[in-house]
Design a protein around this ligand. Structure first.
Ligand SMILES: Nc1ncnc2c1ncn2[C@@H]1O[C@H](COP(=O)(O)OP(=O)(O)OP(=O)(O)O)[C@@H](O)[C@H]1O
Ligand SMILES: [Mg+2]
Length: 231
């Protein structure tokens, strides 16, 4: 399969204006295929989080176009209802799991589906599948505070997948984990990309798990380039 899941053309994002303007995205163009997992590396302040939030329709670019799952979502303004589109097509994972503290692991996953109109039966069944896939079945009824950091992060990934997004965006998802668990979570993300046919874009500083990725991108001063593995 070689279908484009995500593409951007000539993305610019400028914060502020005049002397204090920051060109966080400076003519970024790329495309990602369905089922691909890509690492996004680069120094602090390079524009990595800006790229993720822009692709995730959390903030608009200053100019350029974004297409997700065959829909031109941004072209001189948003072309879709961003809240609906985001809910149906995009999953996010952040550095911290940010689970709802008063809900169990299972409920944290189910609620993401039920706010998206899934029936209770549907959400129960798919949450069980995800929990099984992430080796969390035995922790189904645990509250976040009863889970380890790695377990919480796996619940957060399961929750991000609950609505079967075509695009999963992860901003330093393993930063709070030790290197063993960090690697396991990266391998899970790879598995998600390859088996769920999701495009997975991961910002990471962790070079130890870099072999997990299909491609490696580098961001510097708002510019994106592809890295050769040998570099
Ligand atoms: N809301 C904002 N207002 C003004 N400038 C911003 C804003 N958000 C980010 N910037 C600037 O844009 C640039 C890129 O920031 P961004 O957060 O995308 O970097 P990053 O690559 O994710 O860095 P890090 O690795 O530290 O998370 C930085 O110079 C930052 O100061
Ligand atoms: Mg960042």
């Amino acid at each position: 399969m070689n279908t484009v899941a995500l593409s951007a053309e000539h993305l610019f994002k400028t914060y502020g204006e005049g002397d204090t303007a920051v060109h966080a995205l400076n003519d970024v163009s790329f495309s990602m295929n369905v089922g691909e997992i890509v690492a996004l590396l680069g120094p602090s302040g390079a524009g990595k989080s800006t790229l993720l939030t822009t692709l995730g329709l959390i903030q608009p670019p200053s100019s350029g176009t974004i297409s997700i799952a065959g829909t031109r979502v941004f072209d001189n303004g948003y072309q879709v209802n961003i809240r609906d589109f985001r809910r149906n097509n995009i999953g996010f994972v952040f550095q911290k799991a940010n689970l709802l503290p008063f809900l169990t692991a299972e409920e944290n996953i189910r609620i993401a589906m039920e706010v998206n109109d899934a029936s209770s039966r549907e959400s129960k069944q798919y949450a069980a599948e995800l929990l099984e896939h992430f080796e969390l079945s035995a922790r189904r009824t645990f509250l976040p505070k009863q889970l380890s950091g790695g377990q919480q992060q796996r619940v957060a990934i399961a929750r991000a997948l609950a609505n079967k997004p075509s695009l999963l965006l992860a901003d330093e998802p393993t930063a709070a984990l030790d290197s063993h668990m960090g690697r396991k979570v990266m391998e899970l993300l790879k598995n998600v990309a390859h088996t769920h046919h999701t495009a997975v874009l991961v910002v990471t500083h962790d070079h130890r798990a870099i072999d997990v990725f299909d491609r490696i991108w580098m961001m510097e001063d708002g510019k994106l380039s592809e890295k050769n593995r040998q570099d």
